[in-house]
Design a protein around this ligand. Structure first.
Ligand SMILES: NC(=O)c1ccc[n+]([C@@H]2O[C@H](COP(=O)([O-])OP(=O)(O)OC[C@H]3O[C@@H](n4cnc5c(N)ncnc54)[C@H](O)[C@@H]3O)[C@@H](O)[C@H]2O)c1
Length: 303
C-alpha cells in the first residue's frame, strides 16, 4: 500500500501558537505520518501557548487517529524578524515577553536545534508564519516600515531560515512555506505589503529550490492556500467574507479545511514528492482557476 511514511524524520514547524492555524494542522499531519515534530513560536504568544497546552485546552485538537495526543518534541521561541540576536533592540530583548526565552533569532533557533539533536537534526522545515503591521491599509497608504516589515518577517525569513538550516538538513530534506493568491491577483483588503511579501515568497521559492537543491539536495515548495479563518487571518478583518465568497465560487463549493493543507504538506514533505521542487501548489478547492464568479455570497455588505 502506498502511504506517506515519515517515520524517523524530524520536522520543525515555525509559526504555531494555537490549534487554529495551518501550522498546527501541518504539525498534526506530519506526526500522523510518523514524524517527530518540534515547533517554533513567536515570543509574545509563547506563554499563552504553553498555558493552553498545560491546561489541556488543546487536547481535543491534539487527539490523533490512534487516540494518543500530538506531542511536540521541543517548543522553541522564534521571532522571524531577526536573523541574529544582536539584530533585536536592547529594548525588545529586555521586554517582558522576550527577556527569559533565550536566543529567539533564526540563527539562535538553528544553534539550539544543533545543540539539542546534533549536526544534522532536520528533515522537514515548515515556514507557516507571516506578519504585516499595516495589513489593513491599502498599499497606497502603506508606510515604508510597514511594507518592509511585512516582506522581512513574511518572506525574507524563509531565505534566512534556509541559509541557516540548509547545512543542518539531512539528504532528501524538504522546506515548505505558505503563500496566498494575493501575490498574483488583486485581493482588496489584503494590504500593507502582504501581497508583495507573498509575491517575494513565491519567487524566492523558485530561486531557493535551485540554490538549496544544488547545495544541499533540499527541495523547496510553497502551498498557496485558500482563505481560512485562523487567528492571523482574522486580523485582516475580512476573512469571513473571503471564506464565504470562495466557498460559493470554487469548483468544489465548500470551505477549505486546515487539515486539507496539513495532508498536502505531509505529502510534499515526504519522499513521495521527491520530484517536486520550486513549485507553488494550490490547496484552495480550485479557486485559482476561476475567471468569473457564480455567486455573490460574501460580497455583502460591500467593502
Ligand atoms: N489563513 C489564511 O487564509 C491563509 C491563506 C493563505 C496563506 N496563509 C499563510 O499561512 C501561514 C500561517 O498562517 P495562518 O493563517 O495559519 O495563521 P496562524 O495565526 O496560525 O499562523 C501565523 C503564525 O505566525 C506567527 N508570527 C507572527 N509574527 C511572527 C514573527 N515575527 N516571528 C515568528 N512567528 C510569527 C504567529 O504567532 C502565528 O503563530 C502564513 O504564512 C499565512 O500568510 C494563510
Amino acid at each position: 500500500m502506498l502511504k506517506i511514511d515519515l517515520t524517523g524524520k524530524r520536522a520543525l514547524v515555525a509559526g504555531v501558537a494555537d490549534d487554529g492555524g495551518f501550522g498546527f494542522s501541518i504539525a498534526k499531519s506530519l506526526a500522523e505520518a510518523g514524524a517527530t515534530v518540534c515547533v517554533a513560536t513567536w515570543p509574545p504568544a509563547l506563554t499563552i501557548f504553553n498555558n493552553l497546552l498545560e491546561r489541556g485546552k488543546l487536547d481535543e485538537s491534539r487527539r490523533m487517529s490512534d487516540g494518543s495526543l500530538l506531542a511536540f518534541e521541543k517548543i522553541y521561541p522564534l521571532d522571524a524578524a531577526f536573523d541574529m540576536l544582536g539584530d533585536a533592540s536592547e529594548e525588545l530583548r529586555t521586554s517582558k515577553r522576550y527577556k527569559d526565552v533565550g536566543d529567539f533569532s533564526i540563527e539562535g533557533l538553528a544553534a539550539r536545534m544543533a545543540a539539542d539533536f546534533g549536526a544534522q537534526p532536520l528533515d522537514i522545515l515548515i515556514h507557516s508564519l507571516a506578519n504585516g503591521p499595516d495589513v489593513k491599509k491599502p498599499l497606497l497608504e502603506t508606510s515604508r516600515s510597514g511594507y518592509l516589515t511585512a516582506v522581512g518577517v513574511s518572506a525574507f525569513s524563509l531565505v534566512s531560515m534556509l541559509q541557516r538550516f540548509g547545512p543542518l538538513m539531512r539528504p532528501g530534506a524538504s522546506a515548505l512555506s505558505l503563500t496566498y493568491m494575493a501575490s498574483e491577483r488583486v485581493i482588496p483588503g489584503y494590504g500593507g505589503g502582504m501581497s508583495s511579501a507573498k509575491a517575494a515568497l513565491e519567487s524566492d521559492t523558485r530561486t531557493l529550490s535551485f540554490e538549496a537543491g544544488r547545495k544541499w539536495g533540499v527541495r523547496v515548495n510553497t502551498i498557496s492556500a485558500g482563505p481560512f479563518a485562523s487567528r492571523a487571518a482574522s486580523a485582516i478583518g475580512i476573512i469571513e467574507r473571503m471564506v464565504q465568497y470562495c466557498a460559493a465560487n470554487t469548483p468544489i463549493p465548500e470551505a477549505l479545511t486546515a487539515a486539507e493543507v496539513g495532508t498536502t504538506a505531509a505529502f510534499l514533505s515526504s519522499s513521495l514528492a521527491s520530484g517536486i521542487t520550486g513549485s507553488t501548489v494550490y490547496v484552495d478547492k480550485g479557486y485559482n482557476v476561476m475567471g468569473m464568479a457564480v455567486s455573490d455570497a460574501g460580497l455583502s455588505p460591500a467593502p
